[in-house]
Design a protein around this ligand. Structure first.
Ligand SMILES: Nc1ncnc2c1ncn2[C@@H]1O[C@H](COP(=O)(O)OP(=O)(O)OP(=O)(O)O)[C@@H](O)[C@H]1O
Length: 241
């Protein structure tokens, strides 16, 4: 899926524009990181993409379909947020199957298909045999892997990740980063990651978009950005990390 974000603007009551004519194309199958200082608008842009926030103007086009007015639920996007906790009262298998159970009847897979999909996903995240456990019985890294599996279960058209590793310690974070990248490549889903951590963005993404005050200051592969920072802002932001 290719996502075109076209001249999106958003302001909140009493604030100047958080996004102003922001445009960006995310290519089919790519892993794109939105990187920038705190307050640069990364999460707001991701929320516009997810449908949680309505932009005042601009358009979102997914493989030629205008999805600007489509509700979040109908976009069929997978989401993993730092704070998007698992359901504590549901075991791992039920957590993963959640998005499938709440699908419209016409699209909802049968119980047997759901069970099969859960097993496939447990294998993918290296957690075969964990289906009956509850979130409290898992490590932080395992919980985030389950959250990934839950997001992927619905075969999302886009995968949106907002600082999904930030609550974890450095070692787990690295391991999880590698397994998320690996999963994303196997599934081939177009993915947007929000992070303020340069090492994370450069370590995982095909391309990185550097945001500054609601605009995309520069976009490129990690090598391109390192070799040719387009502005003093990008240069000092990258050097500061
Ligand atoms: N619901 C809201 N109401 C009012 N202002 C908001 C709201 N959401 C975000 N903002 C403001 O918009 C600006 C951009 O916030 P946003 O969370 O998108 O930035 P960010 O780059 O993701 O930052 P961080 O890395 O700190 O999460 C900030 O100045 C923030 O205070």
């Amino acid at each position: 899926m290719t996502l075109q974000i076209e001249r999106v603007s958003k302001s909140f009551d009493g604030t100047s524009a958080v996004l102003e004519d922001t445009s960006l194309t995310v290519r089919d199958g790519e892993f794109l990181a939105l990187l920038g200082p705190s307050g640069s608008g990364k999460t707001t842009l991701l929320n516009v993409v997810s449908g949680l926030t309505r932009p005042e103007s601009g358009r979102l086009v997914l493989d030629g379909e205008d999805i600007t007015d489509l509700s979040a639920g109908r976009r069929r996007f997978g989401m993993v947020f730092q704070s998007y906790a698992l359901f504590r009262h549901m075991n791992v298998a039920d957590n993963i199957a959640f998005g499938l159970r709440v699908m419209d009847r016409s699209e909802r897979p049968s119980k047997a298909e759901r069970r099969e999909r859960v097993e496939e996903l447990l294998a993918m995240i290296d957690m075969v045999g964990f289906g009956e456990r509850y979130p409290a019985q898992l490590s932080g890294g395992q919980r985030q892997r389950v959250a990934m599996a839950r997001a992927l279960a619905i075969r999302p058209r886009l995968l949106l990740l907002d600082e999904p590793f930030s609550a974890l310690d450095a070692k787990v974070r690295r391991e999880l980063r590698d397994s998320v990248r690996d999963l994303q490549q196997r599934v081939g889903v177009t993915t947007i990651l929000v992070t303020h951590d340069q090492a994370e963005a450069f370590g995982i993404a095909d391309r990185v978009a550097i945001m500054r005050e609601g605009s995309i200051e520069q976009i490129g592969t990690p090598d391109e950005l390192r070799a040719h920072p387009a502005s003093p802002f990008v240069e000092s932001f990258l050097n500061a990390a």
